[in-house]
Design a protein around this ligand. Structure first.
Ligand code: PMP
Length: 396
């Protein structure tokens, strides 16, 4: 049976990691990876997470199943984190949380829910978007289409996006990145979110907000502006949240599918269906990451430590963005690349062509995705001057 199965090429980013490892250049720089790096190039376990784990190890009494919706303490903590503790949506009991294996697992729940409960509805994603969005909705059998997001000059194409949204058939789902757009780094301003809300309401679209980087852009609450605006002004919103980045628990697979309905009654109906979707996928989510997050968020002292660590990560990224532009000044390139300081999150569309990316790799040992996407967290005060010089060489 297996003799007819063709081998497919491996993931491009994984290939990049392999090539980087093999590169003997002592000055090599990895701007390809998709995880946060500290100044030493490490992705450490956060102190708050270590402390929560120590407590769990001591106090855990069972490894029994946690149920299809997961740990309710985790669900409540994530609802408050995402929607705000004082949210009118929570007061009205319109929101349901289903713990999921990472943000990816939440997206798959969303996709399967759309397929089974909203038959015939398609999903619209930004062009470009995180490549796995395409894979997840394809695997679930949901028809996927794209709306413009970045223009040919490597700038946010908001007018293009808005006019595309105005053409979307009523009832279709539109996927929006809450903040730290992956891969481009271009986020919507508050005025732009307002205009998106108006179109979504007018066209009766269903927003699915992918919230994978809460706290990595401008702050925990500032980054939640878009999803909260939609949740408070629309009857129905889906939000997929991930704790992978902001708690640094990537491998623990910790996410949440949040469903917001018109009222408590409809929320319970939707919630009952979501339990079935989860059960048919993996029965119960993994418990550990959710238990860690719940332990932190339900303990004010630990939550304070966590927020400080998160602020450190965010400040490092945003500082590197400014320093990067500064490092390009001696080459007269600071204005051309000024947008890098305006982008948010770990990723930047640099506007470099695939050929320029190839030259950076071959001549300088600087690795990034061929689309020109760089992970800013791969930069450091030590390698910034080298990277700036290399970029000047390839764009000059
Ligand atoms: N959405 C986006 C936009 C992402 O970049 C990622 C992670 N790279 C995810 C969702 C999923 O994150 P995870 O499954 O690791 O929680």
């Amino acid at each position: 049976m297996f003799e007819q199965i063709e081998r497919v090429p491996g993931d491009a980013i994984l290939g990049l990691i392999e090539a980087f490892k093999k590169d003997p250049n002592p000055q090599k720089v990895d701007l390809g990876v998709g995880v946060y790096r500290d100044a030493h190039g490490n992705t450490p376990v956060m102190r708050a997470v270590k402390e929560a784990e120590a407590r769990l190890l001591k106090n855990e009494t069972t490894k029994s199943y946690i149920g299809s919706h997961g740990d309710p303490r985790y669900g409540q903590a994530v609802l408050e984190l995402v929607l705000g503790a004082q949210s009118p949506v929570l007061a009205a009991n319109r929101a349901s949380a289903t713990q999921s294996p990472g943000g990816t697992g939440a997206l798959r729940l969303a996709a399967d829910f759309i397929k089974s409960q909203l038959p015939g509805k398609g999903i619209w994603v930004s062009d470009p978007t995180w490549p796995n969005h395409l894979g997840i909705f394809h695997a679930a059998g949901v028809e996927l289409k794209k709306y413009p997001y970045v223009d040919a000059d490597n700038r946010l194409d908001f007018e293009g996006m808005l006019s595309a949204l105005q053409q979307i058939p009523e009832g279709d789902v539109v996927l929006l990145h809450a903040c730290c757009h992956n891969p481009s780094g271009f986020d919507l301003s508050r005025e732009q979110w307002q205009r998106v809300l108006e179109v979504v309401r007018e066209r009766r679209l269903l927003p699915l907000v992918d919230f994978a980087y809460q706290g990595f852009g401008d702050g925990l609450d500032a980054d939640a502006y878009g999803p909260r605006l939609l949740a408070e002004n629309l009857d129905e919103v889906m939000i997929t949240s991930s704790c992978s980045k902001n708690f640094g628990v990537y491998r623990e697979r910790t996410g949440c599918m949040i469903m917001i309905a018109r009222d408590s009654e409809q929320m319970e109906n939707v919630r009952s269906q979501m339990a079935i979707v989860a059960r048919e996928n993996y029965s119960n989510p993994p418990a550990h990451g959710g238990a860690v997050v719940a332990e932190i968020l339900h303990d004010e002292a630990l939550a304070t430590v966590w927020r400080e660590e998160l602020t450190e990560m965010r400040d490092r990224i945003n500082g590197l963005r400014r320093d990067f532009v500064e490092a390009l000044k001696p080459y007269g390139l600071d204005e051309r690349f000024a947008f890098i300081a305006e982008q948010r999150g770990m990723f930047s569309y640099t506007g470099l062509s695939p050929e320029q990316v190839d030259r950076l790799r071959d001549e300088f040992g600087i690795y990034m995705v061929r689309s020109g996407r760089a992970n800013v967290a791969g930069l450091s005060q030590e390698n910034l001057p080298y990277v700036a010089k290399a970029i000047a060489a390839v764009v000059g």
